[in-house]
Design a protein around this ligand. Structure first.
Ligand code: AMP
Length: 412
């Protein structure tokens, strides 16, 4: 038997209903915040991701790369921001009035699979094309928080200001000097990071328990007046809008293009649900205009596992008919479905009693009985399973009957 590839999963059953609900919540919220859906290819030219200035492990070690039949170098996207920005530049979307975009799609990373970590996983994210502005940037945090609150997920926001390019350059130098002193004690990955990605050392789960780690220089000591004011304004709004947050000076993000604000939303089990930040040079570096952007990405599998879901799709009508009345019953069923009532018909030729017994297990609001008499008289017999009230009505009046019932029972 052929099995699914390692690190992938199939979505079905209750989870697939939950997934659709989750997507509908996200889409509804984004509409109210004036966002446009953007879809880009799942594979891109390799050099979109593998740029000289991008030293993150995700890009250098975890991508799925291949050559297509014509020898083009192709990479399955490990994240969606680079592709979204490529599309925004290529289609000149930065000239549009609305520069708020969102995407939902799969990403591919060759990582060691574990709980909440897959090799193909889905992200939903947003990108807002705008230069640094405390309100625009706060609004991005507010949207992520709104999604989590709507799904009733408890989380904590971690924020950091990793400063402007020049502030970060100074900090990087000091940090590198500091960690070089402890080089021997660093894990092999961090030894490598020392030469090409010093900031990421702060993120290392292996090294962070070391005593010397706690005394490392902090980016907050390298921020100028302007950066401090920007952060203060964001913190003031977080308090005003009651978003639970922690200022974490060790928070750095995987990708090298981030600057100023970076953030993560962490679940109560300490798992990252969403990560994001501001990027000021990415659009320019990819050949677009000199304008900044800010965005985030939620891991949808992790989001799915963090909330409970009650399926509200209640079965409205279950039709039970005699074998000879199946065609007539099928016509009635389609009429009901055309009016958007979730309904079923037992297609089998079992006897009436057996069909009745199994249909009751699905707890429909109504049972509709169709026998010889009903077909002859163009009627149906409808029974309210709660009140047990049963009546025979004209088939042509059935939709009015249901409409009237559900109008008066909106919570049914
Ligand atoms: P990142 O693009 O690495 O900042 O990730 C953003 C979010 O995507 C994370 O907070 C996770 O929720 C999710 N995520 C990242 N990598 C994986 C993965 N391999 N499997 C499942 N979810 C992931």
């Amino acid at each position: 038997m052929i099995k699914r590839p390692k690190g992938t999963y199939d979505l079905f059953g209750e989870d697939s209903k939950k997934w659709q609900y989750m997507e509908s919540v996200i889409k509804k919220i984004l509409k109210t915040y004036d966002f446009n859906y953007l879809r880009t290819p799942t594979f891109e030219e390799t050099n979109l991701f593998k740029r000289d200035d991008e030293k993150s492990e995700m890009v250098t070690k975890q991508t799925y790369d291949f050559e297509d039949k014509s020898g083009r170098k192709i990479t399955l996207r490990p994240e969606n921001t680079a592709g979204a920005i490529r599309a925004i530049i290529e289609n000149k979307l930065y000239l549009e009035k609305n520069k708020n975009f969102y995407y939902i799609g799969s990403n591919f990373r060759y990582e060691r699979p574990q709980k909440g970590r897959f090799r193909e996983f889905f992200q939903f994210g947003i990108e807002v094309i705008n230069d640094r502005d405390y309100l625009v940037d706060f609004n991005v945090l507010l949207i992520a928080s709104k999604i989590l609150k709507t799904l009733k997920i408890k989380s904590t926001l971690l924020i950091n200001n990793i400063g402007s390019e020049s502030e970060r350059a100074k900090y990087n130098k000091e940090l590198s000097k500091y960690f070089t002193k402890y080089q021997e004690k660093l894990c092999p990955d961090c030894k490598e990071r020392l030469s090409n990605n010093t900031l990421r050392i702060l993120d290392c789960k292996v090294c962070s328990s070391n005593q010397f780690f706690k005394k490392a220089p902090k980016i907050s000591d390298f921020l100028g007046k302007d950066s401090k004011e920007y952060l203060n304004k964001i913190e003031r709004l977080l308090k005003e809008y009651k978003i639970n947050y922690k200022y974490d000076t060790n928070l750095v993000r995987g990708l090298d293009y981030y600057s100023d604000l970076v953030f993560e939303f962490i679940s109560s089990e300490n798992q990252a649900l969403c990560g994001g930040g501001r990027y000021n040079n990415l659009i320019k570096d990819l050949g677009g205009p000199d304008v900044g952007g800010i965005g985030f990405a939620f891991g949808l599998e992790r989001l799915l596992n963090s909330f409970t879901f009650n399926d509200n799709d209640k079965l409205r009508c279950f039709i039970i008919s005699d074998t000879l009345q199946k065609d007539y019953s099928y016509r009635v069923l389609n009429k009901i479905r055309d009016s958007n009532f979730y309904s079923k018909l037992d297609y089998s030729d079992r006897n009436f009693g057996k069909k009745l017994k199994s249909s009751l297990k699905e707890e429909p609001d109504f049972l509709i009985f169709i026998k010889d008499e009903e077909e002859k008289n163009k009627t149906v017999t409808i029974k309210n399973t709660k009140t047990q009230k049963q009546e025979t009505i004209k088939e042509k009046d059935l939709i009015d009957y249901l409409n009237k019932f559900y109008k008066g029972n909106e919570n049914a």
